[in-house]
Design a binder for this molecule. Structure first.
Ligand code: CA
Length: 229
């Protein structure tokens, strides 16, 4: 599953430049030309990051960023704003309250890719393709290998995704609804108890390594991966 980026840019030449460069870097790219189409695309499938032009026809990129931040479903969505040099400096200085980072046109594709990686690592560590370590567990997202104190842990693809999500956010409690949204995708219709089945499988895979108890049930709330056990 490659990291998906939604590009919201109304200038066709820049839109195409961004698409080519980001696809070349291994991202899955969707492009739209205004905030309304971006919202429709986000409703259909939540991207891993949004690259948002400030000056758009209709609703501005900044107004749209505020809406995304105000909605529980998109509150955590990483946003990089694309601005033009002509935008006022004092307005740009207030941007960081609404977006994760911004780049000023004209920007080099290499600089943009570096910033995307930094933001992804900060906001959604499991999308950044870096190795994750929590307690005895280490997960390599590129080779799909998981080890516990150096010995391999055998996992099915769903358990792998689930563990990766937990390892990117140790100690945090995740509700079943949140896990459904983030691990299965929010347009997959499965029952919440299916999650319990996968949690059980994940615990069973961790059991031979003596660390099944790292995955805690938080009564009435959901599940948590304890950083140390
Ligand atoms: Ca524009």
């Amino acid at each position: 599953m490659s990291t998906s980026i939604l590009v919201v840019e109304d200038e066709p030449a820049i839109q195409e430049l961004l698409r080519l460069n980001l696809e070349d870097a291994g991202f899955t790219v969707h492009t739209v030309a205004d905030a309304e189409s971006a919202q429709a695309q986000i409703n259909a499938a939540l991207p891993d990051l949004i690259l948002l032009d400030w000056m758009l026809p209709g609703q501005s990129g900044l107004a749209f960023a505020r809406i995304l931040r105000g909605d529980a479903r998109t509150r955590e969505l990483p946003i990089i704003m694309v601005t033009a040099r002509s935008d006022e400096a004092d307005r740009i200085s207030g941007l960081e309250a609404w977006v994760d980072d911004y780049v000023t046109k004209p920007f080099s594709p290499r600089e943009l890719k570096a910033r995307i990686k930094t933001v992804l690592r900060r906001r959604a560590p499991e999308s950044a393709q870096v190795s994750l370590t929590v307690g005895a567990l280490t997960l390599d997202p590129i080779t799909h290998r998981v080890t516990a104190d150096g010995s391999p842990v055998e996992l099915g693809p769903t358990e792998f995704r689930l563990l990766k999500f937990f390892m990117a956010r140790p100690e945090r409690v995740h509700s079943r609804t949140h896990l459904l949204d983030q691990v299965w995708g929010d347009h997959v219709y499965i029952e919440e108890r299916t999650i319990d089945v996968h949690i059980r499988r994940l615990r069973r895979a961790l059991e031979p390594h003596g660390i099944a108890q790292m995955l805690e049930t938080v009564r009435g709330s959901g599940y948590r991966l304890a950083a140390q056990k």
